[in-house]
Design a protein around this ligand. Sequence first.
Ligand code: PHE
Length: 601
Amino acid sequence: MQLTRTGCALRATSRRWATISNRFLSFTAARAQSNAATDTNPADTSPAYPPRPPGLYLYGGIGQFKQPNPGSESQRSADRGFSSTIDDKKYPKDLHYNVSKQILEHVGRKLYLQPNHPLYLTRKLIESAFSEDQGFNNRLEPNPVVTVKENFDDLGFPADHPGRSRTDTYYVNQDHVLRTHTSAHELKLFSELKEDLYAGSHGYTLCSDVFRRDSIDRSHYPVFHQMEGARTWRLVTANEILDPNEREAIASHERRLNLRAMKDDLERLPLWRYRAGRDIDPKLHDQAALDLKAEDPHPNFDPATNPLQPSHTAEEIELVASHLKLSVEFLLAKVFRQAQRAGIISRTEPPRVRWIPTYFPFTSPSWELEVWWQDEWLEILGCGISQQQLLVKAGIPESVGWAWGIGVERLAMLLYGIPDIRLFWSQDRRFLGQFREGEATRFQEFSKYPECYKDVAFWVPDADGKVENGGEEAETLPPPTVGIEGEQRAVDSVATPSPSPSSSGAAAPAGGHNRSSSDSAQHHPSFHENDLAEIVRDIAGPLVENVTLVDEFFSEKKRRRSLCYRIMYRSLERTLTNEEVNEVHEKVRRRMEEQLGVELR
Ligand code: PHE
């Protein structure tokens, strides 16, 4: 949700995207503390994070957060006996469950497999830059249910990381979530590479649907698609069989030889060759905007802000980082060439991208890539050098690797000029009929049905003035949970973690979490915007375009906070009648009273 409404989906989030450098200034401390947090007992929930600065966050985000409270043992046992079926598998339900029927309806659509669907075409384009011929297994993972361990623990997410909260993540039960990012499969895919390394594969791409409870606007949807790519090199190959006395000398000799092989790999990359003035296949000029301008003002690593891992040398990481950045830039060069052909961007000016150091729990050093798009920097991808601990767990301790993650819708919106993320779920021929493999297409808006907005103003429950201090008392306040397969559940005593000022920040490569429109709205321990969004989505489904905070104030007399949200209803496929919208809106209001405990004004 945003404070101000804008017409263009991509611009709509740029305010969040533009705050990266702020975040960069303060992630140093967070990284140090997070590293400390991952090294210690994961059950230790002592505050590990300083407050996050305003603006988006990625999954390395910074913010003070509490663990989801699982509820009492008796509440949990009271709920045993229910189970949910997702992708033909049964999962026992408990009080963590917060997946709405509307979300479940999206499971199994597999848009990335639907020929000529823009998500399918975008996946194919990404895979063409990381193809099986180049040693990447191109993988898909249809079942969206993963364990909390896979989604968070294995990747070193601290126990108090905001992404773990029930306001941000769909829990199937205490131990299972709908994956919030494709990185949930990293450990498994790296483990499988162990076999593949001998068969000549040294990397993978993965495309899947991912799920995040989030706010509502034209570039955020609770179900979207991510692609992840990873590449490894073996640093030492024969270590296992070495005599311990000779081990070190031979290993370091091997490491030098392998470094040479890594350098050769780097020098084979099309963009490396192009920039070094070497011969390249003339076809490449047609396929990619090779004259891409990449700005990379920061060093690849920095001991304080973006450190090397202890097991890596500077020389190795310079090579791996260059390989990663040039590979990703080449992907963007392909996207830009297609967008130029479709007339979406200018052919005369070289496209621009820039690298920004950042933080993720499972990579170090880490970076984000931004693209210059319609006069703004837009964040498009997150990446980094995989944490060695992850490779050790995967059984490839002597390898080094990079990984990136990208939001497929976000890339497709750039590629085709698609203005509203809901369109990807449309079954309307007027939408689907526009895209064809091998063709550069500029999306033609086939209709613009009128919008209809309704405001809802309410007093936030239990405000007593103390709430402005950051939610110290959050645990004692009742958490709302919403939209559980259409039924309302009494979960008053299951505390949703305290909404922090940034608890719904924006994970852009992830395509995910949105920056809240108002810190104080987010800050309130008894109200979280994502819960409102979930109610609106559950009732209005694809008819809701935007939910925006338009007014808020604190009444000294009542000692309560009042918020007013504007809900923009618009169908992409037909004109909505006022009566129909009134009916939907009334249901939203009633559900807000019942489930959020707000007093409507
Ligand atoms: N999974 C991360 C996210 O969703 C993106 C990422 C992938 C970052 C791989 C680094 C490496 O925010």
